[in-house]
Design a protein around this ligand. Structure first.
Ligand SMILES: C[S@@+](CC[C@H](N)C(=O)[O-])C[C@H]1O[C@@H](n2cnc3c(N)ncnc32)[C@H](O)[C@@H]1O
Length: 232
């Protein structure tokens, strides 16, 4: 990794925007405003920083489908929560998944994802720090949340809604940046949801590659069959 002095102007600017995005305190207005301004250069910035989260989560989805699902890949319904500009959708398409929905807090990021045409439906102005009221329970085979359990973005208790919209015996696949995992109660929330029978940790890839700046943990949770919430 180049030191600060060896970084070019665009690299320094990209790293600053990424850092600034972590200081938004989960404030919906500030997050939406920040990503409105970042939507046009987001992909270039994260590419400069070697962002590989979308590849890892899509490959985990691929492995779970091959190992556990009877349905062929093209029939697996996936929700990309906090889809941003659609980088996860691009990787899922590459691997043969076709039934993709996405949502994001930022309408500008969501519009970029819509334009990729990787998704059936993309909704903007959806806040993962609250109830996902437009999404029915037990709908998706796999729910993915990549790059969103990040400082200043989404609280750990958002996992609860991700579990609700995922069908019994389906999977939630999520990244947690290392700094987020260290600073928040994400693992406590996982234990609470496990104790409540709402999810089971199926896999955790600790300290995986994520970005030049820092790594991430990658989680695969299974939603158990017996305790799924009634369809709503
Ligand atoms: C770092 S980007 C990751 C985007 C995409 N998943 C990826 O991997 O490229 C974080 C995304 O989370 C969205 N976001 C932040 N807070 C959110 C919230 N409370 N609810 C839904 N989306 C949120 C942002 O708008 C942004 O698109």
């Amino acid at each position: 990794m180049p030191t600060l002095n060896q970084q070019t102007g665009p690299e320094q600017a990209a790293r600053k925007r990424i850092k600034d995005s972590h200081a938004l305190d989960g404030d919906v207005g500030r997050l939406a405003h920040f990503y409105r301004g970042w939507a046009s250069s987001y992909e270039l910035d994260v590419d400069r920083e070697g962002y590989c989260g979308p590849t890892v989560v899509a490959e985990l989805a691929s492995a779970m489908q091959t190992a556990y699902f009877a349905n062929e890949r093209a029939a697996i319904a996936i929700l990309d929560a906090g889809c941003g500009t659609g980088l996860v959708g691009a990787q899922l398409k590459r691997l043969g998944f076709q039934l993709l929905d996405g949502f994001d807090l930022s309408e500008e990021m969501a519009e970029k994802a819509r334009k990729t045409r990787f998704y059936r439906h993309v909704q903007g102005d959806v806040n993962l720090n609250g109830p996902l009221s437009d999404y029915s329970s037990a709908t998706y085979d796999i729910t993915i949340c990549c790059g969103v359990f990040t400082l200043g973005h989404v609280r750990p208790d958002a996992l609860r809604e991700l579990a609700r919209v995922t069908r019994p015996n389906g999977f939630i696949i999520a990244s947690t940046r290392k700094s987020y995992a260290e600073a928040t109660s994400f693992e406590d929330e996982v234990r609470r949801l496990e104790d409540a029978g709402m999810l089971v940790t199926a896999q955790c890839l600790k300290n995986g590659k994520y970005m030049a700046e820092e790594g991430a943990h990658y989680w695969v949770f299974e939603v158990p069959a017996r305790t799924s919430a009634p369809a709503g």
